[in-house]
Design a protein around this ligand. Structure first.
Ligand code: E4P
Length: 214
């Protein structure tokens, strides 16, 4: 299973790379705005840090606008993946990008049928948002199971990126359900290796070791 980091903060990306946990990066307009940096500048810097797919999102809402923006972004680096919203216009753009050999990540997916449409349009990745569904009282991970079955039923090679990840449990369930990728905020990535019983165990081993030395 691949781990992407969901951030536009280059310090976080560097730190996560040191942990050996980064196979790719996803950004979105909110994350770029939070970084306070110029969009193209930060995306370009990320391409120098991570050698893997880096999602950069278009802002246009119409297919011609998405195509113009996406083609410019794709020129930045071979690893750029164009993030396109899950709309009818987004699907049109996805189809053209696929024909041009430009990879896409169809984002803001909240139902399995939306994921099916994106795969049919030739998306390289789909990003179902689990945390935002949980927030409104749905079981976000159920959709991942269903998307996995749909893609396997028809042999779609579109990869499933579990997005809007809020906890280590989301990552664990993604792996159990066979999602290809989880895109994980840095804070959650830091929680993955931790367990309170591991800390207690280390303390106990050290205490016993120190006692034995006396
Ligand atoms: C995915 O690519 C998105 O950037 C992201 O996972 C959104 O998550 P949020 O719901 O925490 O904003």
């Amino acid at each position: 299973m691949k781990f992407f980091i969901d951030t536009a903060e280059v310090d976080e990306i560097r730190a996560a790379c040191e942990l050996g946990l980064v196979d790719g990066v996803t950004t979105n307009p909110s994350l770029i705005a939070k970084s306070g940096r110029d969009f193209k500048e930060v995306i370009t810097e990320i391409t120098g840090i991570v050698d893997g797919p880096i999602s950069a999102e278009v802002i246009a809402l119409d297919a011609p606008g998405m195509l113009a923006e996406g083609r410019e972004l794709a020129k930045i680096h071979k690893n750029i993946v164009i993030k396109v919203p899950m709309t009818e216009e987004g699907l049109k753009a996805t189809r053209v990008f696929a024909a041009e050999g430009i990879r896409t990540n169809v984002t803001l997916i909240f139902s399995p049928v939306q994921a099916l449409l994106a795969a049919k349009a030739g998306a390289s990745y789909v990003s179902p948002f689990v945390g935002r569904l949980d927030d409104i009282g749905h079981e976000g991970m159920e959709g991942i199971d269903q998307i996995r079955s749909i893609f396997d039923n028809y042999g779609y090679t579109t990869e499933i990126i579990v997005a809007s990840v809020r906890s280590p449990m989301h990552v664990q369930t993604s792996a159990l359900l066979g999602a290809d990728i989880a895109t994980i905020p840095f804070k959650v990535m830091q929680q993955l290796a931790r367990h309170p019983l591991t800390d207690v165990g280390i303390e106990k081993f050290l205490a016993d070791h120190n006692k034995a030395q006396k």
